[in-house]
Design a protein around this ligand. Structure first.
Ligand code: GLA
Length: 358
């Protein structure tokens, strides 16, 4: 019997393919070198205890497992217990300690990292194994059923399948996951705007609803099947047309990016990131003034190939692609100019593309 276990899951950066995953589309992301650890042991007293350095402690009777309003952060872990239970796996009671260097609500998928790390931890404790994609899907069900966010699979897929120095390509249409070497000599700079994403779940669900309404109006199952030509001929309302244009444009950009990645073309990739942000700003309206400002400053700095918001949007972080040799200076200058404008100190880090959960 295994008494103690430990697991780690990284956060992710979304590179291209914004909000495409739940529209049956394609996305490029990567696991980053920041993540969460879940460490713990079996408990024989009918209780589950979860503690976190940043969030505090909570305990719950196993028999009363349900979403918590007082400790919403714990729902990502408790939801995993509930999902593993419903697969009939022999998950024991446990106490667990959550720690790490991935900030919450920053658009770097800390919720997925907590779900994935909890799933790996509990599978280890139970001596059970599941295929990676099945783990990703059960963690997604946690978001849908325990947390109330109708998210796609991007975050969990990147956290599980990430590979050092590689982008993760995910096609939600046929569930293909592939890792692709990321061009050498370029760094990814993440800048957190300081505007938290805590109110973002309602807006996220609203976008999901809007894109599904657009697909329904076009008579197709998902916007994956829409093209520019379909949209031009359609009589979608102006809001739904802009939402659909974003998804169609993002899928096209991911397709083009695959060729650029094979050619090691960081400059071309950066140009697509710029287009992507512009579409988020005007079509999908999931940017914020703070994210726009960070993107504008980043793009004005020598050595930056492109910048865009990363993840769900409505706050959180941007990602800039820049020449490796200039990354530190770009980060310092970006911080300086952002503070001048906003009086808010942004968290900026040059991140390494890292391996997935283990
Ligand atoms: C969040 C969701 C993902 C994806 C992105 C936007 O990170 O969890 O599934 O939809 O937003 O692309």
């Amino acid at each position: 019997m295994i008494v103690r276990a430990e697991a780690y899951a990284p956060g992710r950066v979304e590179l291209l393919g914004n909000h495409t995953d739940y529209n049956g589309g394609m996305v490029l992301g990567a696991a980053i070198d920041r993540g969460l650890n879940v460490t713990g042991r079996r408990q024989e007293d009918g209780l589950i205890r979860i503690s976190s350095a940043k969030m505090g402690s909570m305990e719950i009777r196993r028999a009363e497992l349900c979403p918590q309003t007082e400790h919403p952060w714990a729902n990502y872990a408790l939801g995993v217990v509930s999902e593993l239970d419903s697969l009939g796996l022999p998950i024991p009671n446990f106490s667990a300690w959550v720690d790490g260097d991935l900030p919450a609500e920053s658009g770097l998928a800390s919720s997925a990292a907590l779900e994935v790390a909890t799933a790996f931890f509990l599978l280890k404790l139970s001596r059970a194994e599941l295929p990676g994609l099945q783990i990703a899907k059960l963690c997604q069900r946690v978001e849908h059923q325990f947390v109330g966010v109708q998210s796609g699979l991007l975050d969990q897929v990147c956290s599980i399948f990430g590979r050092e120095g590689h982008a993760v390509f995910f096609d939600a249409g046929n569930e293909e996951v592939r890792t692709i070497p990321f061009p050498c000599g370029f760094a990814l700079l993440i800048a957190e705007s300081g505007s938290k994403r805590e109110l973002a779940s309602g807006l996220y669900n609203e976008r999901r609803k809007e894109t599904q309404l657009a697909a329904n109006a076009l008579g197709i199952p998902t916007l994956r099947d829409a093209s520019r030509a379909t949209l031009e001929k359609s009589n979608l309302s102006s809001v739904l047309l802009r939402r659909a244009n974003h998804i169609v444009g993002e899928n096209e950009r991911v397709r083009r990016a695959l060729d650029l990645l094979s050619a090691g073309d960081g400059l071309g990739f950066g140009a697509l990131m710029n287009e992507s942000h512009e579409s988020s700003r005007t079509n999908f309206e999931n940017s914020t003034p703070e994210l726009d400002l960070l993107v504008d400053i980043a793009r004005s700095l020598p050595g930056v190939c492109g910048a865009r918001l990363t993840g769900g949007g409505f706050g959180g972080a941007i990602v800039a692609l820049c020449e490796q040799a200039r990354a530190t200076v770009v980060g310092q200058e970006l911080a300086r100019q952002y503070v001048n404008h906003t009086k808010v100190q942004p968290q900026i880090s040059v991140c390494r593309i890292a391996n997935g959960a283990h």
